[in-house]
Design a protein around this ligand. Sequence first.
Ligand SMILES: C[S@@+](CC[C@H](N)C(=O)[O-])C[C@H]1O[C@@H](n2cnc3c(N)ncnc32)[C@H](O)[C@@H]1O
Length: 171
Amino acid sequence: MNLHIFLILLMLPLLKIWFDLIRGEAVFVPLPKTTIRKMLKVARTSKKDIVYDLGCGDGRVLIIAAKEFGAKAVGIEKNWFLYRISKWRIEKEGLRKKVKVLHKDFFGVNLSNATLVFAYLSKKVNRKLEPKLMKELKKGTRVLSASHPFENLRLVKKFKTGHFYSYLYVI
Ligand SMILES: C[S@@+](CC[C@H](N)C(=O)[O-])C[C@H]1O[C@@H](n2cnc3c(N)ncnc32)[C@H](O)[C@@H]1O
């Protein structure tokens, strides 16, 4: 293969990330584990919870929620490569019975089973997601959002996580 074509092919995933960023989409930036722990602690996550991570990336939120807080967890990830990484990590951790990962767009998944929703997305995606959360989630469901607030959900706590704020809401 011509070297130029090879280099262009190599650049395609980076170009896609760049375009997504410009359009305000939520691209893969993993949260530090200390931040995830703090957020799940603030929401009083327990073994009674079913945690949905919307855009689960490499599965780290699911693993911490299940291993350290005893919760069941469902991750939804539209990027096939990240979905495979999540699946692999969950198998490796022996969490197959407690954690499920779906290779889907979360806008097409019914979220009504969740008791706690975790989101680290973007301002634009949160705005689009908010009506779905209000429509589908049961009364009393908690929603955690890292860095990007929701405009119309009932805010219970705003707290510092590293160099940004995170938010806890109750439906
Ligand atoms: C900022 S990362 C957060 C990853 C993980 N939740 C964490 O906190 O470490 C956002 C993730 O959401 C995924 N994502 C964005 N929009 C999505 C959608 N509509 N459906 C499913 N996944 C989506 C991206 O592919 C990316 O992996």
